[in-house]
Design a protein around this ligand. Structure first.
Ligand code: SAH
Length: 263
């Protein structure tokens, strides 16, 4: 194989490996035609894994007709009774939403979401959820998501047909697989915490863990490292750091009182 062919084949297998981790999850879909159109939207971009949670009617002739040649995806579609089953084994769950929700959580545009999915570490699957045609995802379903994904639209008319939303997501996933990079947009009320404040928080955390006798002073390193990784990944904001420090202070007071009664 010449080196250009070898490069192409490496790229093809990288793209396939990434796209193979993606599950498209349609929840409570009402119209079987939309399920077929979704299968087609997926297949043209190289996605294959369609999961359906409680579809109203499936299988159905309308689904097969709209799939127009992508009916193999319909045959292999996994049908679940609950969302929990559909996202089992996924490390990252992204929920697509036509509107901004009152519940403040990280919101990515579809391009950044695809890039984030692309750089998701590990081998586990990545689920992308699509809500019911009329109402979208419920708040309960959204709480299962690590991030929300929004497709930029006309602000006065922003609700896409579900299969078209899948099409745009699938296209961006393919583009992300061909290129790469990841940037995350924090929620609008997110107040950054500077590195110095983070250090003060970690010092406080360490002291509190010693005070409540959770941290073993002979082997302190690994636990703190893991906790740092956890909090850095979560990127707590100013309010959250204040809450966490309040909890730590309360735990320290309680541990002090307990010691007091023991004496
Ligand atoms: N009225 C609903 C619209 C549901 S459209 C709502 O406001 O959420 C059905 C599904 O298509 C949505 O649940 C979402 O998964 C997807 N969708 C439609 N428009 C979208 C957009 N602009 N951005 C992201 N997902 C969208």
């Amino acid at each position: 194989m010449n080196s250009k062919a070898a490069q192409d084949s490496r790229l093809t297998s990288r793209v396939a490996a990434f796209l193979g981790r993606i599950r498209i999850v349609l929840i409570d879909t009402t119209h079987p035609g939309n399920i077929g159109a979704t299968a087609r939207a997926m297949k043209v971009m190289g996605l294959e894994r369609l999961h359906l949670v409680a579809p109203k009617v499936f299988p159905h002739a309308d689904a097969t007709a709209r799939a127009s040649g992508a009916d193999d995806l319909l045959q292999h579609a996994r049908v679940h009774e609950s969302l929990e089953q559909a996202i089992q084994g996924c490390s990252l769950v992204l929920g697509t939403s036509a509107r901004l929700r009152s519940l403040s959580m990280p919101q990515l545009n579809v391009r950044k979401a695809a890039e984030q999915a692309m750089t998701e570490p590990g081998q586990q699957d990545i689920a992308i959820l699509f809500g019911r045609e009329r109402h979208g995802l419920t708040n309960e379903q959204i709480q299962r998501c690590h991030r929300l994904v929004h497709i930029e639209t006309n602000p006065e008319y922003g609700s896409l047909n579900i299969a078209q939303a899948v099409q745009l997501m699938a296209y961006e996933l393919r583009m992300a697989a061909l290129g790469s990079g990841a940037v995350e947009k924090p929620p609008t009320d997110w107040q950054p915490v500077d590195a110095g404040q983070m250090e003060l928080f970690y010092e406080h955390l360490e002291q509190a863990l010693l005070d409540v006798e959770f941290l073993n002073p002979r082997q302190p390193k690994k636990l703190m490292m893991r906790l740092r990784r956890l909090f850095n990944r979560a990127r707590p904001d100013q309010n959250e750091i204040n809450i966490l420090r309040g909890i730590l202070a309360a735990a320290q007071r309680a541990a002090g009182k307990r010691q007091g009664t023991d004496d």
